[in-house]
Ligand binder design. Structure first.
Ligand code: DC
Length: 220
């Protein structure tokens, strides 16, 4: 089973690494955070309550497979507001169950963007190595100091032309971490057999170089 699970908090470099790896080894890539963000986006923009289980489950069930795949390319869901909303929605077990089925199907039958079969699947999120794909031969868990992550996110948002305050970004990151780690269902934590990488003082190239060696040893 050719599956690479990448877990970790926001702004630890999961997406950058996942996309680069997928391109290099012809794997299909799924950013699972986009699924939770997409649900939050839908609820908030329809004036719904992000904490209402029935609403969140109904939105999750209404997402087609094609829509779930497409969400990761939508830039409108990348704001702190939808990240925060996603973290609330993600604490609802029934929502996770709906998304779990889709993520498992993707990992078992990964396809490339043009619909042709892929050599394997890369999923990034919070519970990929522990819950979604516990049998994955490669599990990576990325960490980084909150201040570094806030700085990365701050620069990213500024580049997009958004007006943001560094302290707000940091406190948002810290409260999201706390919620994601302390929730009862599928909390953010490394799988026992995950390779833990602190990316605080590493460039994206450094991380990639370490990981591709590790991947090549485990996936032929
Ligand atoms: O990776 P991200 O910042 O786009 O994720 C947004 C939120 O979604 C995150 O705070 C927690 C939740 N999430 C989750 O609970 N499980 C996943 N596999 C992916 C994301």
């Amino acid at each position: 089973m050719n599956i690479i699970a990448i877990d970790g908090s926001s702004a630890t470099g999961k997406g950058t690494l996942g996309k680069r790896l997928a391109q290099a080894i012809d794997f299909s890539y799924l950013d699972t955070g986009a699924l939770y963000r997409g649900i939050a986006y839908e609820i908030i923009n329809n004036g719904g309550d992000i904490h209402d289980e029935a609403t969140a489950v109904s939105v999750a069930k209404g997402l087609s497979g094609a829509k779930m795949m497409a969400l990761q390319n939508e830039s409108v869901i990348r704001t702190e507001e939808y990240g925060r909303g996603a973290s609330f929605v993600a604490a609802i077990p029934a929502v996770r169950q709906v998304l779990l089925d889709f993520q498992r199907r993707f990992s078992e039958n990964p396809v490339m963007a043009d619909g042709t079969p892929a050599k394997g699947a890369i999923l990034d999120g919070r519970d990929i190595g522990t819950v979604v794909c516990p049998e994955a031969p490669v599990k990576l868990f990325l960490t980084a100091r909150p201040e570094i992550r806030a700085e990365r996110r701050f620069k990213e948002l500024q580049l997009k032309g958004l007006c943001v305050i560094y302290e707000d970004v940091l406190s948002d990151i810290q409260s999201r971490d706390k919620r994601d780690k302390e929730r009862t269902t599928s909390p953010l934590k490394p799988a026992e057999d995950a390779l833990i990488l602190d990316t605080s003082d590493l460039t994206a190239d450094d991380v990639y170089a370490q990981v591709i060696r590790y991947v090549n040893e485990r996936i032929k």
